[in-house]
Design a binder for this molecule. Structure first.
Ligand SMILES: [Zn+2]
Length: 137
């Protein structure tokens, strides 16, 4: 087994460091997963348009896009038009974040981790799209 030298840094192998980095990356990927599961079934570009409120169309600023935190501060409503934002999006973000943080702690910084992250995002996105089709809300 050949590991990059940085991967053997003892600091990166501290469980607390793994949990911290895993949570941060989990939040980012959780947002990404939420965006994918919303846009893919609607055949929207996943790159081009910046995120907007589905109700009022206001372009969302970084302040609106802090995962989970923005939703809690706004009490589940759009800051601009007051339209409710489904709690399910926060659930997807939370589930993704927890799963990814766990993967970081269990696997450490490795190729297995990278593959697991890709698989988690793909599976959670697919499950979300599947559930929405069966039970549109
Ligand atoms: Zn709005």
């Amino acid at each position: 087994m050949v590991y990059h030298r940085a991967m053997n840094d003892p600091l990166l192998n501290e469980p607390f460091v793994r949990l911290f980095v895993g949570t941060l990356i989990g939040l980012v990927l959780g947002s990404f997963t939420t965006m994918l599961s919303y846009r893919l079934p609607r055949t929207m570009s996943i790159i081009a348009p910046p995120s907007t409120c589905p109700s009022c169309g206001t372009r969302l600023t970084p302040r609106d896009l802090i995962p989970v935190v923005s939703w809690l501060i706004g009490r589940g409503r759009c800051r601009h038009c007051g339209a409710p934002i489904g709690a399910r999006y926060v659930m997807i973000e939370l589930v993704t974040t927890v799963a990814i943080a766990a993967a970081f702690v269990l696997l450490g910084f490795s190729l297995a981790l990278l593959l697991t992250l890709i698989a988690l995002v793909a599976v959670i996105t697919a499950l979300t799209i599947y559930c929405e089709r069966r039970d549109p809300r």
